[in-house]
Design a protein around this ligand. Sequence first.
Ligand code: ATP
Ligand code: MG
Length: 778
Amino acid sequence: MAARPAPYLDDLNPAQRAAVEALDGPVLMLAGAGTGKTKALTARIVHLLRMSKARPNEVLAVTFTNKAAREMKLRVGRMLGEVAEGMPWMGTFHSLSVKILRRHAELVGLKSNFTILDTDDQVRLLKQLIVAANIDEKRWPARMLAGMIDGWKNRALVPERVPSSEAGGYANRGTELYAQYQERLRTLNACDFGDLLLHCVTIFQSHPDVLAQYQRWFRYILVDEYQDTNVCQYLWLRLLAQAHRNICCVGDDDQSIYGWRGAEVGNILRFEKDFPGAHVVRLEQNYRSTPHILAAASGVIAGNAGRLGKTLWTEVQEGHKVRLIGHWDGEDEARWIGEEIEALQRGTRGMDPVGLDGQAILVRASHQMRAFEDRFLTIGLPYRVIGGPRFYERQEIRDAMAYFRLAVSPEDDLAFERVVNVPKRGLGDKAQADIQRAARMAGVSLHEGARELVASGGIGGKGAGQLRAFVEGIDRWHALTLDAVRVAGDDDVLEPIGAVAPAMDHVRLAEMILEESGYTEMWQNDKTPEAPGRLENLKELVKALEQFDNLQGFLEHVALIMDNETEEAGEKVSIMTLHAAKGLEFPVVFLPGWEDGLFPSQRSMDESGLKGLEEERRLAYVGITRAEELCTISFASNRRVYGQWQSQMPSRFIDELPPAHVEVLTPPGLYGGGFGAAAPVAVSAMEERVSKADVYNSPGWRRMQDRAQTRGMAQPREARGMVIDATALSSHSEGDRVFHRKFGYGIVIGIEGDKLEIDFSKAGIKKVVAGFVVDADD
Ligand code: ATP
Ligand code: MG
């Protein structure tokens, strides 16, 4: 090939170039965000091919997400131009492992057409095994075992290798169940996600000939986002690389954010031990962000102990400070961000216009997305959700919606099918087929069919009782959605004579349905790492309901949203979690919800030790460093949880932002315009930290609080008869006489957190949220 100067080398700095040109032997590129690690890695692939060190299929590149793999393929393809004869193996650990495993499935007792189970299948299988072993599944839930098994697999532990110290629980039969589970998978010709990697490792370890074949084949190995590999992935890499040692790993210990999934930062340190003489490259020049953004990120991450430590600098001189702004509540935050995005798109704020593709909102928890999705749909701002389904497409949301649909219309057969056995009601395939048949024969809905089946004794076992309860539950919920209760004539009640009110407030009804059906409980008992997020999403769903008059209206709203689903071309704002944002960059980044308990998460704050909190801090670092030109951090002083205002404290990470690089914006809306009209709060001395006091003492903040307070009194919610006021939380004590719009007068007989147990003179004893009652004597 002609020795034309290689353009892909020309735009690298000397350190990057060194990493690209050191083709043989182990290379570890350890560098901060935006220093061009991925860029160098990509150039290295091209260089390997251009230097004829390897043919395309002899190069193996591992990325963290399929999206990253696609991007890398695109870039490599472009750099190679038309001369490319085939492409290197580029993909995630999982996608690459599937390919390998299909070729050697028989070595682990599978056929090459094995199926890959999802979490639901996995749990169903484990449950069968737990029940068969006569272990109390209530006490030892299948999901928890699934989590344990995943953990073992992440650490490359086959059943025989699980330390006895970890075999507790499940009547000391955890590992035995693990072994049985593996056996069952084999009979089913199936494997779970963790197996994909672990089976490869097992094959490599027990079949040296196969390993040797792959070692010959993959002569050069490259790994991006190396800091997030777990033990099993590390072994996978080491086995493949140990013969030729041509392995290049790039990573940043400050961006290790998958500890909760078994990733071990220690793998970085292990690398130098396992591959002695490794060429260690450090990159320090950042090409992505302005100095203020970098300084803010560095200021936050400096709070972590035990870092490998590195400096970052940039040649860029100018730029915006990181902006910090507080809002009254999450809805205000979404509204403000929507307006900002449109303003930036038009080209204000002293910047050139930034298209929607160049703007992103990065949230800590997926339930935060809902407020943005709703707002953007309202104002017609195109958006996409990256790295996960949109809010209303999530499993738990769809399940919950199915319950609501049944409450509104019991003959909704699709909804019935979806949740008749979710949570499990002891209704197997046969029972469900029986229901279908009963309904078909009688020409009625599944709900009615089920009723008849129960009545005629056509269904046996413990499923019968549970099915009856389900059918009756739907009847009850349905009745409560109807405008049924006339409260007139009851002189204890303030409703005007003749008024007709729904039998129950629809928000409370929704909560009740999720509770009575056992759906909420199902996730409460779930021990997988996703469960808390799902519960949060359910709370968020209930919160969304408050903006509608009834369940029906809400269901229509969602149906319309879902109808909008088809992805149109054109620029869109990206919404994603911080986790999904790894490796990406955007000119404009919004980081909402920086509040203690949300970010850092409550769990990390409750944990003893600093591990969780440090991982959250790395997430903050990842978030800030995604921004090229403008980074805006925001928080709300109130969030609504279960219809209850909860006051929030700004995140402790806000205290860690170096003030010299932060501009505190005055809350919007006070001066009749955007923040442009408002004077930013001056943050004084260089060395001073931006404290919560700075924010709270700013005149704008105080005025906003005043405004909000007045506004709070006139909330539309109050007009509907519910006083939602955080002060209500503490204002009741046992013996108080209170009034509730639906249940009338009563006496508080117990207090449990934000819930009151009240003995209503008409309705009997009920538990209600404190914010929904007022003092009767006021
Ligand atoms: P992260 O840690 O976030 O994954 P990274 O180290 O992988 O970041 P890249 O994404 O490779 O960084 O690069 C960040 C940005 O800097 C990209 O836009 C890239 O094109 C640019 N860049 C990298 N190196 C150079 C260089 N030598 N000259 C000009 N631009 C560069
Ligand atoms: Mg990268």
